[in-house]
Ligand binder design. Structure first.
Ligand SMILES: *Cc1c(COP(=O)(O)O)cnc(C)c1O
Length: 392
C-alpha cells in the first residue's frame, strides 16, 4: 500500500476541479495586485470595506502597543484579556443577546457550538447548502445527522417528526455560495413547535443586513426565543478575524465548559480584538456603507439581467452568476482576468455538481464606475461565448 497522491491530483486536474491559490501582493480591496497583475476584484468578503480602514489599522497598532501581539494562553488559563472581554460585551449589545463568546475562527465557533450542544442520542438537522464547517460540526458531534431540502420548512418539519433527543436545527443566515437568505420566521416556527433549538450562522449577514448591521435576525426582528444560538464571524464585513456565538447566559457558560474548540486553543491576539472593536463601531454607525452597497447590488443586477446572465435570488452582496459546467466557469474566470477583472469560479465540491458559478461579491469599497467596468467585461465575454457556440 502507498499513497498515490500524484494520480489523485491528476484526476482532480482532469475534472477541472484543481485548486490554486492566487498570490495577493497588495492589501485587500477593490484594486489589488494578484500574481504580479493589477486587477479590479469582485471576490473578497470584506463587504463594508473595513479590512484596510485607517482607523481600524490604528486601533490594531495602539492595541499592540498596549497589550502586545500574542494571546499567550487559552481563555481558561490566562489568555482572556480586557479587549476580548470588552469585545464580547459589544457583540452581545449588537446582537441584543445577554452574552457573546469570542472564538478564533468561524470554523471553530461552529464546531464548538454544535458539539457542545448535541451528541449521541441527539439529532442535528441541517440545510443541504450549509457551510462546510456546519456540516463537519454535525458529523463530528456524533448526533443523528440529516439534511433537509434547501430553505424548505416543510422538508425540515418532516425530519423534526422523526427526531430524537435534544434536537438542533442549523442553518446559514445568508447562504455563502448562493446569496439567498434563510426563511428564518418559517423555520423558527417549526423548530419552536417541536421544542427544538435553532442555530443560525450569519457569517455573511452581520454588517450587510439589518439597519445597524445586526444581520438576518435584525432584518427579520427575531429574538433569542426564535434563534437561541446565533453565530457571527469577524473576517467578513467586520474586516478583521475571529468569530462569536451569542445567546443566553446558560448557553455561553455551557460553551465555556464543554466546547473543545473554545477550550483547547490559544486566544486570539488582544490587539485584534481592539481592531474589531473599532470596526464594530464603524459598522454600526456608518449606515452609508450598507446603503451604498444596496445601490451597487441594484446596479449590478439590472446590468447583468440586460446582458442575459443567469442570476440567483439574492439581494445580498453575494451575487453569483450561474454557469453550470465547471470547465465553463473556469473559462469565464480566465476571460475576465484577461480583461483585468478578478471573479472566482466556484466549482464542486464547494457547490453541487452541475451548478458551477462565478461568485461575484460587491463591497461598499467599490464605486459605481467599477461595477460598470465589471458589467462591460461580462458583456464582452458573453458576446464571445455566443459567437463561439454559433460557430461550433
Ligand atoms: C466564512 C464562513 C465561516 C468560517 O468563518 P472563518 O472565520 O473564516 O473560519 C463559517 N460559516 C460561514 C457561513 C462562512 O461563510
Amino acid at each position: 500500500m502507498s499513497f498515490d497522491l500524484a494520480a489523485r491530483l491528476a484526476a482532480r486536474r482532469a475534472e477541472n476541479l484543481y485548486r490554486q491559490r492566487p498570490l495577493l501582493e497588495s492589501p485587500q480591496g477593490p484594486e489589488v495586485v494578484v500574481d504580479g497583475q493589477p486587477l479590479l476584484a469582485f471576490c473578497n468578503n470584506d463587504y463594508l470595506g473595513l479590512a484596510n480602514h485607517p482607523q481600524v489599522i490604528e486601533a490594531w497598532r495602539a492595541g499592540a502597543e498596549r497589550w502586545g501581539v500574542g494571546g499567550g494562553a487559552s481563555h481558561l488559563v490566562i489568555g482572556h484579556s480586557g479587549p476580548h472581554h470588552a469585545l464580547e460585551e459589544a457583540l452581545a449589545d449588537l446582537t441584543g443577546r445577554p452574552r457573546a463568546l469570542l472564538f478564533t475562527t468561524g470554523y471553530m465557533a461552529n464546531l464548538g457550538a454544535v458539539t457542545a450542544l448535541v451528541g449521541q442520542g441527539d439529532t442535528v438537522l441541517e440545510d443541504r447548502l450549509n457551510h462546510a464547517s456546519l456540516l463537519d460540526a454535525g458529523l463530528l458531534s456524533g448526533a443523528r445527522f440529516s439534511r433537509y431540502l434547501h430553505n424548505d420548512a416543510e422538508s425540515l418539519a418532516k425530519r423534526l417528526e422523526k427526531a430524537t433527543g435534544n434536537t438542533l436545527v442549523v442553518t446559514d443566515g445568508v447562504f455563502s455560495m448562493d446569496g439567498d437568505i434563510a426563511d428564518l420566521p418559517a423555520l423558527a416556527r417549526k423548530v419552536k413547535a417541536k421544542g427544538a433549538w435553532l442555530m443560525v450562522d450569519d457569517a455573511h449577514g452581520f454588517g450587510s443586513l439589518g439597519r445597524e448591521g445586526g444581520g438576518i435576525v435584525e432584518h427579520f426582528g427575531l429574538g433569542q426565543d426564535d434563534v437561541p444560538v446565533l453565530v457571527g464571524t469577524l473576517g467578513k464585513a467586520f474586516g478583521t478575524a475571529g468569530a462569536f456565538v451569542a445567546g443566553s447566559d446558560d448557553l455561553i457558560e455551557s460553551l465555556i465548559q464543554f466546547a473543545r474548540p473554545y477550550i483547547y486553543t490559544t486566544s486570539q491576539p488582544p490587539a485584534l480584538a481592539c481592531a474589531t472593536l473599532k470596526s464594530l463601531e464603524l459598522l454600526r454607525i456608518e449606515h452609508w456603507r450598507r446603503e451604498h452597497l444596496q445601490t451597487l447590488i441594484r446596479q449590478f443586477r439590472q446590468g447583468a439581467e440586460q446582458i442575459g446572465l443567469e442570476l440567483m435570488d439574492s439581494f445580498t452582496p453575494i451575487q453569483p452568476i450561474m454557469v453550470g459546467d465547471a470547465g465553463r466557469a473556469v473559462w469565464w474566470s480566465q476571460m475576465l482576468r484577461a480583461r483585468g477583472l478578478m471573479v472566482t469560479a466556484i466549482r464542486p465540491p464547494t457547490v453541487p455538481a452541475g451548478s458551477a458559478r462565478l461568485r461575484v461579491t460587491l463591497t461598499a469599497a467599490h464605486s459605481e464606475a467599477q461595477v460598470r467596468r465589471l458589467l462591460e467585461g461580462l458583456a464582452d465575454c458573453f458576446a464571445q461565448l455566443s459567437s463561439e457556440s454559433a460557430h461550433a
